[in-house]
Design a protein. Structure first.
Lengths: 419, 124
């Protein structure tokens, strides 16, 4: 690894903390980002010569802050601050700042930066794009690639999103406990969106979107570090890791969807599974269950089953039933129906989803699952209608191809449910 | 004698590694490790999960207190360790430098091992 490689990694690693602190200082996203960029440039000039600072984030914040103030002063024709050669040697200033950083302010800084990105006025894709650009620092070209749009279109989208949050006036005072909890929940939901945007990509987009999953995991780890005792954050981290662990097994060599039950479990990432299970264990010890922990527990049951046949479907049914009580949603019921199908058979499963028809009429998975249940009951014509409907609604070519496979198999029995 | 090489690095930086970067570092380390193993100088090696997976038992009180997270908030975290069989500090440092060339950034703390209980060797 060359100097530049590790410097780049250090800058990437320190970015969320540094931009968050600079945002508190300048109270303006653009200024904070510019100050961070300036600090990075100075790091590239100074670190290879002087060696890396002990605390990279604190160095970047101090230098970025001075650069920002310097720029502001130049604009107002006041005298400049000392140059960065002197600044970077200010050991005392650095440690003083580092100490301040250790406090709760630093925690609220990062939370605020993430929270700004999940402003409710912003459409989902803009929230995700903003978080990836500002918090993770992904290049616009890469974000554009992940969303299958041109670079200039994405640039515009991000600029517009920034303009909107700038007007939103997020308070910069430290939030009270209730507000902090609220922000944390909003941020967790936004991070899961980022993750799902990567995870739900079709085969042909997987390479472009996989970094979204990695970024979401990195950010949820960051969140967990600053809120170590929050079981739902542990649950969310576990959920992401347990799902992401299956990535290599989810598509075959031709890009077709491979069902959970048909996946090569040897291709699952054991390291991620291990960490996911450990985090879930930690979370459950708190006895404060929540939706992320329950979903992670479902993923954990899949991860723990050595073969698909050993899956504990009755327990999954039970977990989804708790999730239904906690967070009633037709999609949760649909998921539960798959477990019911495995544990108790197609008739019960079909009965469970019958009331969902109106809510989920436009949902690919609903018609796919319904077709599979009907087919299992020998009601082939009705199954065909459901599968046709599913194809019409499929979001990716692989999804459509998967349903076509089921249609081809009609009459042979053994149709299966995507999951 | 046995030396422990304790690996400290900024977790934020390591967690920002892409899979390719991580694999590349692990491959370079494997070259050094395999040679040390052939020479009979390598003991157990461990890479630890991030401190976000850590739980701390504070046993200075009764009953002990279980806390989420690492024992201490530090700028760099203990991310793994090696045990090496060496003649002394110079040899341990030479190994640490070699490992460090394969995986730059962060620090290694070299600590002589006072007692080592090998459960495998002791098993009947």
């Amino acid at each position: 690894m060359s100097d530049l490689d590790w410097i780049e990694q250090a800058l990437t690693g320190a970015r969320p903390v540094a931009v968050a602190a600079l945002l508190r200082y300048f109270r303006n996203l653009d200024t904070a980002e510019e100050a961070f960029q300036e600090a990075c440039l100075r790091a590239l000039a100074s670190w290879p010569k002087n060696g890396p600072p002990r605390d990279t984030a604190a160095w970047l914040i101090l230098v970025g802050r001075n650069a920002g103030v310097d720029a502001a002063r130049k604009r107002s024709r006041l005298e400049a601050l000392p140059d960065e050669e002197r600044l970077s040697d200010l050991e005392d200033a650095e440690s003083a700042l580092a100490e301040r950083l250790d406090g709760s302010q630093y925690r609220d800084d990062i939370l605020r930066l993430l929270f700004i990105c999940c402003h409710p006025d912003l459409p989902r894709t803009q929230q995700i794009a903003l978080a990836l650009r500002i918090v993770s620092g992904l290049p616009v070209a890469r974000i554009a690639h992940a969303f299958l749009v041109g670079e200039s279109a994405m640039e515009q989208r991000i600029t517009r999103a920034k303009g909107r949050v700038a007007k939103a006036a997020v308070p910069f005072e430290a939030p009270g406990p209730a507000e902090r909890t609220e922000r944390l929940a909003a941020v967790a939901a936004m991070l899961y969106l980022v993750f799902n945007e990567g995870y739900s990509a079709g085969y042909d987009q997987t390479a472009a979107r996989a970094p979204l999953c990695d970024e979401a995991i990195r950010l949820v780890r960051l969140l967990q570090k600053i809120f170590p005792g929050e079981p739902e954050i542990m649950g969310l981290a576990a959920l992401m890791l347990l799902q992401h662990a299956r990535t290599a097994a989810r598509f075959d060599a031709h890009g077709a969807v491979v069902l959970l039950e048909d996946q090569d479990r040897a291709a699952w990432d054991r390291g991620m599974i291990g960490e996911g299970l450990a985090l879930l264990d930690k979370a459950m010890r708190h006895n404060r269950p929540g939706p992320y922990q329950i979903q992670a527990a479902v993923a954990a049951l899949h991860a723990r089953a050595a073969t698909a046949a050993e899956t504990d479907w009755p327990q999954i049914d039970h977990l989804y039933a708790s999730l239904e009580r906690m967070q009633p949603s037709p999609v949760v019921t649909l998921n539960r129906a798959v477990a019911v199908f495995k544990a108790r058979g197609p008739a019960d499963a079909l009965a469970l989803i019958a009331p969902l028809e109106k809510d989920l009429a436009g949902y690919f998975y609903f018609h796919g699952a319904r077709g599979a249940f009907l087919n299992e009951l020998g009601r082939r014509e009705e199954a065909r209608v459901s599968f046709d409907r599913a194809i019409a609604l499929a979001g990716t070519a692989a999804e459509a191809a998967f349903i076509r496979m089921q249609l081809d198999g009609l009459g042979e029995g053994g149709a299966r449910v995507a999951g | 004698m046995l030396y422990a090489i304790l690996c400290y690095h900024d977790e934020h930086a390591v967690c920002a590694w892409s899979r390719e970067q991580d694999d590349a570092v692990m491959q370079k380390l494997a070259v050094v490790q395999e040679r040390l193993a052939r020479e009979g100088r390598l003991g157990p090696v461990a890479r630890l999960m991030p401190t976000t997976a850590a739980t701390t038992l504070r046993k200075d009180r009764e009953p002990p207190l279980v806390v989420d997270g690492p024992f201490a908030e530090t700028k760099e975290q203990l991310l793994g360790f090696y045990l090496v069989e060496v003649a002394g500090l110079e040899e341990a440092l030479a190994i640490a430098k070699e490992l460090g060339a394969a995986n730059p950034g962060g620090s290694y703390e070299l600590r002589p091992v006072a007692n080592f209980f090998d459960a495998k060797a002791a098993a009947p």
